[in-house]
Write a protein that binds this ligand. Structure first.
Ligand code: COA
Length: 153
């Protein structure tokens, strides 16, 4: 599955549903987390940027191939969270496109630095995009080591 569509925020209730469904499928369901665990209060805060890459503009219901979120965290810094690419669409540059969109939005908002907590398996992905490991961070669900990573814009 590929997409040549632009990355943009979800617009309709059905697109929001597709957005959160991909988050849940990739980042929560495999660890038996309950529905709803894919959402956080920051999702609805002003300044938060949501990025969605659809498979097709006309599909009903919409199908999300890649998603990500940028949360301003103060002092000129933003945090990328909830990056997820559908397994069947991985390795095709979609994750890179979502990060590039979020970084462009961060620059437009005047942010100077982006940080994120990467799963151990995704550290190489973020390194390819110019992020550097700062230090080990938390253990998610008791089993997934994370690393704090950072990039100056
Ligand atoms: C990690 C993830 C976001 C990467 O997205 P993707 O669309 O598959 O990645 P891209 O195709 O844009 O890859 C960009 C570059 O990173 C590399 N890359 C991708 N995933 C990688 C990984 N896990 N480790 C090392 N390098 C990786 C690609 O080879 C590519 O390099 P290239 O430009 O030299 O060809 C995606 O695979 C995913 O959602 N994984 C499961 C959930 C997850 O771990 N999310 C991150 C939570 S912190």
């Amino acid at each position: 599955m590929t997409s040549t569509l632009p990355v943009r925020p979800p617009r309709t209730p059905a697109e929001w549903a597709a957005y959160y469904a991909l988050r849940y499928a990739v980042l929560r369901q495999p660890w038996q987390q309950p529905p709803g665990s894919e959402r956080v209060p920051a999702d609805d805060e002003p300044g938060t940027v949501h990025a969605l890459l659809l498979a097709d503009e006309t599909a009903e219901p919409p199908v999300a191939l890649a998603v990500g979120m940028l949360q301003p965290t103060g002092n000129g810094q933003g945090q990328i969270r909830f990056m997820a690419v559908a397994p069947e669409a991985a390795g095709q540059g979609l994750g890179r496109e979502v990060v590039a969109y979020l970084e462009a939005q961060a620059r437009a908002a005047g942010l100077a630095e982006v940080v994120l907590h990467s799963r151990e398996a995704a550290v190489g992905f973020y390194e390819k995009l110019g992020y550097a490991v700062v230090e080990p961070s938390h253990l998610l669900f008791g089993v997934i080591p994370h690393f704090l990573m950072q990039k100056q814009l």
